[in-house]
Design a protein around this ligand. Structure first.
Ligand SMILES: Cc1cc2nc3c(=O)[nH]c(=O)nc-3n(C[C@H](O)[C@H](O)[C@H](O)COP(=O)(O)O)c2cc1C
Length: 401
């Protein structure tokens, strides 16, 4: 709570003059002030020179855009086609308002959540993201150390540069994300490794029967920027692919519900499907023995014309809520967004780009800062809304036109 983000929060009612004065005095404002808008807009335009300047997730984005090569930055922010799905994810949060209740005792806040019999301190989970050495040499190890330090669950991606065993050695609480492979033996082999490493669940990502159309990435491949191709110079191995002798192909466009049910029977860990975006598929999850879902459109990186995940959430919760954990991701940039997702019935949320911006710009401390900011904002929202614990949050706490 000693964080600068909290200091910014507590200055909500400070006059514009005092606030800009404070920034100028702290040396942040070096010639960029120009025409100053209102007190809220001002910090959004601040030029972020150091981690201490970072007040919100948008600042981490800005810092990453300045510090990373254009190619590495676009690896994080890229989306399919015209980015409409990614945009929709954000818009839904912006259009959702909170209905706070007054005179509730919020002197004690409890953000803990139970998933598959384990208690986690926070409902904010780090979403799987592969190839993190593209943005920082310490890649997933830095992310895991930050998550462990701040007590957040991390979903380790199959495509991570460091292996599941290397990540688990940091002490982070983890789940493991798998992609379908036509070679089921490879999937089972990875599932066994994840279980041996102490992962609490397997997350099968099923939203990619084809590759997302990332035109910016294709552009960079054919127009390499001299001296910028490699962001970090790190070797970028794929740690989870190294000890299996058979075919290790990723993607299986033939995967269907029967195959998922058959896979489920061979697994000991709970199986979570990532990428469910309709009521119909939610129903099929129940029918085929799935243990949990992530309502996700991959942050808009696969289909280019998807609905916002926040808009999808109610119909999935209607089918599955209370029967199995329902998580959601895509577009969460503020603690108040976490609150909105939980109010629509999610048990927990995952974040992707926010922590990758932190990682790319500042390494492990950047990821820690991201988690600290979102947690502080979330706790503040719980107080304002009159909901001291997650169980107190209900659909009555949000409003949409
Ligand atoms: C750079 C990057 C790499 C990603 N890699 C994976 C991956 O390997 N597996 C996966 O299931 N999802 C992957 N995702 C999707 C995230 O898990 C998550 O669904 C998405 O980032 C959530 O949206 P947000 O970035 O708006 O928070 C990736 C996302 C990003 C930004």
């Amino acid at each position: 709570m000693s964080d600068k983000a909290d200091a910014a929060g507590s200055s909500d009612h400070t006059s514009r003059r005092t606030f800009t004065g404070g920034l100028l005095a702290s040396g942040v404002a070096g010639g960029w002030l120009g025409a100053v808008g209102d007190a809220v807009a001002l910090p959004q335009r601040a030029r972020i020179e150091s981690l201490d300047d970072v007040l919100n997730i948008a600042h981490l984005d800005q810092a990453a855009s300045r510090r990373l090569s254009a190619e590495a930055y676009h690896f994080i922010v890229g989306a399919s086609d015209d980015g409409l799905t990614k945009q929709a994810n954000r818009l839904a949060y912006q259009q959702t308002k909170i209905r706070p209740r007054r005179l509730v005792d919020v002197s004690t806040i409890d953000t803990s959540v139970e998933l598959f019999g384990r208690l986690y301190a926070s409902p904010i989970i780090l979403a799987p993201a592969g190839n993190q050495q593209l943005v920082h040499a310490e890649g997933e190890l830095a992310t895991a150390r930050a998550a462990a330090r701040k007590d957040h669950l991390m979903v380790v991606g199959q495509m991570s540069n460091f292996s599941i065993e290397e990540v688990a050695a940091t002490g982070v609480a983890s789940w493991f994300q798998l992609y379908p492979s036509a070679n089921r033996e490879f999937m089972l082999h990875l599932a066994a490794r994840a279980q041996a490493a102490g992962c609490g669940a397997l997350v099968l990502t099923i939203d990619g029967p084809s590759r997302g159309n990332h035109e910016a990435a294709r552009w960079f491949r054919s127009h390499p920027v001299k001296g910028q191709a490699k962001a970090t110079g790190a070797p970028g191995k794929l740690g989870n692919f190294e000890d299996f002798a058979g075919p290790k192909g990723i993607g299986d466009p033939a995967l269907d519900w029967e195959a998922v049910a058959a896979l489920r029977k061979q697994l000991e860990l709970p199986l979570v499907l990532k990428g469910i975006v309709t009521r119909e598929d939610a129903r099929l999850c129940r029918k085929h023995g799935v243990d949990g879902v992530v309502v996700s459109n991959h942050g808009g990186r696969q289909e280019g014309n998807g609905r916002a995940t926040l808009d999808v959430l109610p119909e999935v919760v209607d089918e599955l809520g209370g029967r199995m954990p329902v998580l959601v991701d895509g577009g969460i940039r503020r603690g108040s967004d976490v609150f909105k997702a939980l109010a629509y019935g999610a048990d927990a949320v995952c974040i992707g780009r926010p922590y990758l911006w932190g990682l790319g710009a500042f390494g492990q401390p950047g990821v820690e800062k991201c988690l600290r900011i979102l947690s502080a904002e979330f706790e503040r929202t719980l107080r304002y809304a009159g909901t001291p614990s997650l169980a107190d949050i209900s659909p009555q706490h949000v409003w949409r036109d």
